[in-house]
Design a protein around this ligand. Structure first.
Ligand SMILES: [Ca+2]
Ligand SMILES: [Ca+2]
Ligand SMILES: [Ca+2]
Ligand SMILES: [Ca+2]
Length: 342
């Protein structure tokens, strides 16, 4: 026979040496309540605040609640993410947001009519990805265009390690279902597999390995290929810059944390060749290094960096042979307060 939730709580409290039920929290639902009744991965609800009677449960969002309409009085969220309740059907009129901390709670609203089950909190009332709009480029090979529609695209990783492709029309598409939080550096801007499609390079935090994720040409990424077998955690900046040495293959710049040296890793046939020293030192004084294509208009990609010492932004013109010219001050100031720009 099912033991009423509150009685079970009282028994638990007694076992823990809590002599007063008041210690369980007046008004709030007691901790450790019907956890065992609600399966892992589910959102559950009861029509009363003592956890007795039948239990509602779901693993996915429900736009309407049928016989449970306006009946929720106590809930527990055991999904991997968040549960959002709404006072109207179809996720209208937000009522509450609940994390998965393991405790059942009595809820304030007595008129819940829909419930959304999501991975990140922002999805209670927004898409999982930010809003991104870009204009059509006048040239065919628009910078940062992963799907060949001449609009610059954005890839974003969310808090739970999913990867989203934002094509520049305000929409978003899931291109990585999870696991992307295993990477502590992700680099774009370059076709490393040489199929005219922009790729992604990612560094695995636990191993220091460098992986190539070839772009599919539609915003997604294909099966990965090992580019570097280890040691890449010794770099405190990795920047995809396009073709710096003029051989038609995209290259990578890496800044060595221990020396402040800047290295060019030339792209070869789907791999990286022997590195070449580009900057003998001092690059650790540049908290922000931006590879944004050709700034000077000579068709060769350049590098832009901010110096901590004076807070100014400098353009380092690509020589076309892998090297960089002397820095030209672009003007502006206060860049020393930033440690990243993309
Ligand atoms: Ca595009
Ligand atoms: Ca490619
Ligand atoms: Ca190259
Ligand atoms: Ca240039």
């Amino acid at each position: 026979m099912r033991t009423p939730l509150f009685r079970r709580l009282a028994a638990t409290a007694a076992a823990l040496g809590l002599t007063s039920l008041g210690l369980l929290g007046a008004g709030a639902a007691p901790a450790q309540a019907a956890v065992s009744d609600c399966p892992t991965g589910y959102f559950c609800a009861w029509a009363n605040t003592d956890g007795t009677g039948s239990m509602f449960k779901t693993q996915s969002s429900k736009a309407t609640l049928g016989t449970w309409d306006n009946k929720f009085r106590m809930i527990i969220n055991r999904t991997p993410g968040f549960a959002c309740t709404f006072d109207e059907p179809n996720y209208e009129d937000a009522a509450g947001r609940y994390g998965n901390d393991g405790d059942p709670v009595s809820i304030a609203s007595r008129s819940v009519s829909s419930v959304k089950i999501v991975r990140t909190l922002r999805e209670c009332d927004q898409p999982a990805y930010p809003y991104w709009i870009s204009e059509t480029s006048p040239t065919a090979a628009g910078f940062g265009d992963m799907n060949g529609d001449r609009r610059a695209d954005v890839l974003v990783r969310d808090l739970v390690g999913r990867l989203w492709f934002l094509p520049g029309d305000g929409s978003g598409r899931l291109v990585g279902t999870g696991g992307w939080n295993a990477f502590n550096a992700m680099v774009r801007h370059g076709d490393f597999s040489r199929d005219n499609r922009e790729d992604v390079i990612a560094r695995e935090a636990s191993t220091g390995k460098l992986w190539l994720y070839p772009g599919t040409g539609t915003g997604g990424l294909g099966a990965r290929k090992l580019l570097g077998s280890g040691g890449w955690n010794g770099m405190n900046a990795l920047t995809g810059v396009g073709d710096m040495n003029g051989d038609g293959r995209a290259d990578l710049y890496g800044r060595e944390a221990s020396t402040g040296k800047l290295w060019l890793y030339p792209g070869t046939a789907g791999a990286l060749g022997t590195r070449v020293l580009v900057g003998a030192g001092g690059w650790n004084g540049m908290p922000t290094i931006i590879a944004n294509g050709d700034w000077s208009g000579d068709g060769r990609p350049d590098l832009v960096a901010a110096k901590t010492a004076d807070g100014m932004l400098y353009r380092y013109e690509g020589t076309g042979r892998g090297g960089l010219g002397a820095g030209d001050r672009l003007g502006g100031g206060d860049w020393e307060h930033l440690n990243g720009a993309f």
